[in-house]
Design a protein around this ligand. Sequence first.
Ligand SMILES: [Zn+2]
Length: 509
Amino acid sequence: MSKNGLTREENRRAWLYAALIVLGMGAVAALLVCSRSWNLEAPELRETDPLVTEAARGLDEITVDAAFDPQARTLSVEQRMTLYNRTGETLSQAVVRSWSGAYLAGETSPCASNELYWSCYPEGFDPGGAALERLTVNGREVSVQWLDEAQTVLSLPVEGGWAPQESVALALDYRVDIPRCANRFGETEGVWAVGNVFMVPALYEDGAWRTEAYLSVGDPFQSACANWTVRLTLPQGYSAAASGWGETVRVGDVQTVTFRSEAVRDFALVLSDRYQTAQGMAGDTLVTAYARDAGKAREMVQYARQALETFGEHYGAYLYPSLTLAEVDFPFGGMEYPRMVMLGSAVVEAGGQDFEWTVAHEVAHQWWYAMVGSDSYYQPWQDESLCEYAVMDYVGQWYGAQAREDFRVQRVEAALRTGTAQTVTPGSPIDYFADLEEYTLVCYRRGAALWTALEMALGKEKLDGFLQTYAETYRFGRATREDLTGLMTDYTGQDWSALISDYLDTRMN
Ligand SMILES: [Zn+2]
């Protein structure tokens, strides 16, 4: 007997519990200290996932040296690309997309639609875009040849032809004039969004280059995964939120941030000297948020961590080592880029459920868009409807089964009962949709009804199993609608194409 009246075994347990409690408190204290004292440049990223390293092997290499001058409202860019001809045909040219060209004129700007004009250009139209200075192909200077009026399709002739499997070296020097514009590209109130500005290789499919226009509805831009190295010079006091996590070196008034992002299909930036930041870990993924309000940045981190956890469990691991969120003043809820999410100021400021669901939707794009690419012009449902469905899983995990069901009834079922033009279906290409409202209702929400129907038919576990297989099969690549339906047949041993077509291609009465 010992003097506290406990047996020897009870005493041993009591000591053990006490020790565990002390250890636990120590760990919590250490975490608190870590999260408080974290200088935003300090955290080390985890090792690159072997699956990313494997995917990165042999991809196109894109290097960008960019200098940001907020006074001049410019970004001076030297971009180098080593591209491989994977078409199986000898080509006479390399083609790259310079999406910012569309912002040069009111006729071609994606912000010039009736619906968007005054939200994007509250003080009237302001032109911006890339002004080309020097282009070389394999070291030889070439002249500027735009294939479209909007200056988004740039042709670079390859002397002597570009044989299959051969590489071509492009050097593109250009100045980006950043417009006063509330959009993916443009500045408002000291936040500079640089989305779809660095040039990307055009896709080549079925014997032709993809040359679609930058429309105001949906995400017309698409590209293949490449390895990006971006060295950015910017004044002290500015933060750079980007499609990756950068290493910062400060010298005098200037800082240089270097990003290395492997196997990403685009690289976007947001720059500001007005951001507050927050940071946290989701498993071993570094999550960083930039917003004008520190509390909002912390909320973004919390929702993103929850979303990463939920989607990791349902659809398979998030393979990139970091995810960044940045508030941008634009007339959308959010916008996805690889390893980065832009969130609209209006949604961020309003807060509440819409804010949280928007973060979840955009984080889901890290699976359905960033890792598994699809045709966002002709088959926009393929990622949008899945991201909308993913929000249901988020709601279910964090708010319970009833909340998930309520979400389904209020967002998905309700969309099936709301009247719209008879010309569009969830499976329509983006150029069929009249405006963002119709697009969201039909493509996202009615589109999500396909997934809830499949959930009923297959059971949740089997549907998740399929989605994991879909993610594994097409990660870092692009899947067509036929790829998806074919894989579903293989996975379930049953042909679902009639049900899928019923949901995607049927006009509502
Ligand atoms: Zn989306």
